[in-house]
Design a protein around this ligand. Structure first.
Ligand code: ZN
Length: 259
């Protein structure tokens, strides 16, 4: 009956130190890593005011091939079609010109969408058609990575899980996090949804649940700020449960017949 209550696939590793993150530790600015690894020259930081939706000037480089200022932090030049693989320590934040420190959870979401659009245009396959196969493959994989990065950063739960992976706290494996208190909460909420007789009742449950979701997101932000990773994992787990409750409420009354 409560089969979907057991919905967690948050991975927890018993020994976080035994597992290394697949990401190298990120330097204070991606500029340094990028110029070191990819040999792009560093663009002098311009002091002029830039709209926050644009990529910050200090995250852009000059193309090593034609010296053009690149439109994004990506090692991709639309002018001369020079392209390099992503530096190994360029994570999702750096791709969009966000700084990982001091709080990788608190990013300017309103800047994400316009920056994503700009970056995805730069790697559009049509602009690279007819280039050599290696370049086309690089463009294809960059495009996939950008899409994943955008989806991940845009969603608070996915963003929290990404940060936990980057910090080496969890892996991609699937493990159930046992939290009896959370399981009781979610069962009670689901029972309330199943016993609801009107849409208004369900709406009220959703509203209360939404408030808990917001609290939970706020909590994650505070815990990331102090690098309390086990706390972040617990809070992310809770957020995932709350999402499950919202899904069930949204499906009401159809969810009644699924059992
Ligand atoms: Zn170029």
């Amino acid at each position: 009956m409560f089969r979907s209550a057991v919905l967690l696939i948050v991975a927890r590793t018993t020994s976080s130190h035994s597992l290394r993150s697949s990401f190298a530790r990120v330097p204070t600015t991606s500029t340094r890593a990028f110029s070191r690894q990819a040999a792009f020259s560093t663009h002098p930081i311009l002091r002029r005011h830039t709209h926050h939706h644009e990529f910050p000037e200090e995250t852009k480089r000059h193309c090593p091939s034609c010296s053009t200022l690149l439109p994004t932090p990506l090692p991709v030049c639309p002018n001369c079609k020079h392209i390099e693989p992503l530096p190994s320590d360029m994570g999702y934040h750096e791709m969009f010109g966000f700084t990982y420190e001091p709080n990788p959870f608190d990013i300017d979401i309103s800047a994400l969408r316009p920056r994503f659009r700009k970056a995805i245009t730069v790697v559009h396959p049509d602009r690279w058609a007819g280039r050599d196969e290696g370049k086309e493959q690089l463009i294809q994989s960059l495009s996939t990575t950008l899409n994943n990065a955008n989806r991940t950063l845009a969603d608070p739960l996915q963003r929290a899980l990404y940060i936990l992976k980057r910090e080496g706290v969890i892996t991609d494996g699937e493990n159930i996090v046992d939290d009896p208190e959370l399981i009781m909460d979610v069962m009670e909420s689901r029972e309330a949804i199943e016993n609801a007789e009107t849409q208004e009742e369900v709406n009220q449950i959703r509203k209360e649940n939404q408030e808990k979701v917001e609290e939970s997101v706020h909590e994650i932000s505070k815990l990331v700020a102090v690098k309390d990773w086990s706390g972040v994992l617990t809070a992310a787990t809770k957020l995932k449960y709350l999402r499950g409750i919202d899904d069930a409420a949204r499906e009401w009354p159809r969810s009644l017949h699924d059992h």
